[in-house]
Design a protein around this ligand. Sequence first.
Ligand code: ATP
Length: 463
Amino acid sequence: SLLQKRQCTFQVGPRNQQYKTTGNVSGSVQLCENTQCCVAYYVIINDQPKLDVLACDLVEKSCPDAICRGQTRFDGRLLWCTCKTDFCNSNITLIPELEAPQPPYFNIKDQIMKAGALIVPLLFLCFLLVIAVKCRHLFKKRVPRDCSSQATETSEIDIADIELQQILGHGYFATVWQGKYKGSVVAVKVFPASRKHKFTAEKEVYELPLMNHAGIVPFLGSGSKPDGGGWLIVLQFVESGSLHSYLCKHSPNWMLTLKLCQSLSQGLAYLHSDLHKPDGHKPPVAHRDLTSSNVLVTADGTCVLCDFGCSTIVPCCPGNRSSRSQTTIMEGPAQVGTLPYMPPEILEGTVDLNSSWCLIQADIYALALLLWEILMRCSDLFEGGVAPQHLLPYESELGVVTLDSLIQFVCHMDERPAVPRHWELLPQGPVLQELLTDCWDCEADARLSAACVMERLAALQTL
Ligand SMILES: Nc1ncnc2c1ncn2[C@@H]1O[C@H](COP(=O)(O)OP(=O)(O)OP(=O)(O)O)[C@@H](O)[C@H]1O
């Protein structure tokens, strides 16, 4: 069986010593122990590729290519390839179109144009032009949208009714104010004029039918400043602010912790759900930027989701309700979100955008990190009732989290935030450990669904 083992070219720097464990190394040759895949990683510094890793891959993955086809990721800062023939990683082949995949209709048109150029160029071009003009409505939208859902009536509000009082938070795209609207305390998310697309994307999610749920911040309406000078989303004010600030100040006991975790997974399960009711259809929505700053905590200690500016409405048609099996091309870049919460497949850029389910699975990875953040502040899970101070995921392991350090730690080393050893001895410890492991699995397909997380947490209530 030794003969069947994959042989890869081996060369790693001091940062990547973990690759020595992926097979027997003899000089520049490595005999893979657990995989048929060779990998190569280069870091691009000043436009020059600097070799980072040549080795057998760390874990068994699919690597269909015989040659190592390079793909650049993260604005060209990383060059990466994987392949399945002996020593295939010693040469990296750059395929330009892989670096910037185009939506399929561009490719088809390109193909047609190329073919036309070979046969009867002018005639064909004219024919194409006529077709394009006649069918331009077919090409207007690149992303198939949901077939049946109809957005609820837009809830335009008169901004003269809004009084802005104090700033609650400065986000990357908007500023959130505490304010008053028709006598109630509200949160007003104000987008500058230049961020209209972000405003529209977020409003579109809030205005989907059946979005009223205890786990989703209530949307009260939207408005615009005169002359398009800015855009506003008005939300119910959530008293305890973000989960991040809540966990910095509070160390909840076990029952409160469970309530936070359950309400969070319920909110996400609802967001991911495909609901058909007489009063409308709510398609699944992938949040795509779940962080402890984008989850709010109510006065009675439950979590609600907010900030749908990066979210994707997963297209889904009647008669084809299983979005898990759906194949569709997603809009926008794959690598959206906030660094520590990005799953390995997004960090490495290997996310399969042909499967709408992959974005839902990416949310589950982020959910695991949020559950970890909450559990790590639970007073009843620590000796003497004193939980450690609140830390963001990977903060204790990596300090300042950077893209490179995260790829190294999460993807190459397959490490996750540390779970205290003594949890094994607690009644709920093993279940919690298993829950986290099953949600932050490096294989996206192996992760639980949010509904399943709900069930597992419900079972803990009887302990
Ligand atoms: N309904 C609300 N009630 C109370 N506080 C809120 C509410 N909505 C938002 N906030 C506060 O404002 C902060 C920023 O909100 P949000 O994430 O929606 O803005 P953003 O501009 O999209 O931020 P970013 O893009 O950086 O995540 C939240 O972390 C929270 O502290």
